[in-house]
Ligand binder design. Structure first.
Ligand SMILES: [Zn+2]
Length: 160
């Protein structure tokens, strides 16, 4: 698929670099990165039944109903990796994970904005998979989501 390039800055070594992500304005499509920020997966949230499943469990979690609609959708994106098979390095794929800095390998990087004019690159990218998620029971799914929601809510971005 064709991805756009964005500028990032490394908070560790201050170098500026470009990394790929979904083009701006794409609806319900996401790129997930593993913990090291060097592997990508694609999610089309509309075609992905696990996304609805996680959303439904999330809505019933403690404190979530007090969040705004935007906060709830941010939270869903923040935790969705819980339903995805991990990378081969054992780390979770997450929508929020940042690309790694090519100079120092840090993933403490921040998005600075799109390239202008927008540069694109066509790459082969695998979809997120839910092999493990699809094998566990509804109760186990609920427990997994509740745990990550609880963790996220204790972080400043989602404090209620
Ligand atoms: Zn760096």
């Amino acid at each position: 698929m064709i991805l756009s390039k964005y500028y990032y800055r490394c908070k560790n070594c201050d170098s500026k670099f470009k990394a790929l992500d979904i083009h701006e304005g794409a609806y319900a499509e996401f790129i997930l990165r593993n913990g090291k920020g060097d592997q990508l997966r694609h999610l089309n949230a509309i075609d992905d039944s696990s996304y609805d499943e996680v959303a439904q469990i999330l809505e019933c979690c403690e404190h979530v109903s007090t969040l705004s609609e935007n906060q709830q959708s941010d939270l869903l994106q923040h935790i969705f990796g819980v339903a995805c098979d991990p990378a081969n390095d054992g780390s979770e794929f997450q929508i929020d994970n940042k690309p790694k800095c090519p100079s120092c390998d840090s993933v403490n990087t921040i998005l600075c904005g799109p390239t202008n004019p927008v540069e694109t690159e066509e790459i082969d990218i695998l979809p997120v998979e839910h092999t493990i998620w699809n094998q566990i029971t509804t109760l186990e799914k609920k427990k997994k989501v509740e745990l990550v929601v609880h963790q996220a809510l204790s972080e400043s971005n989602f404090r209620v």
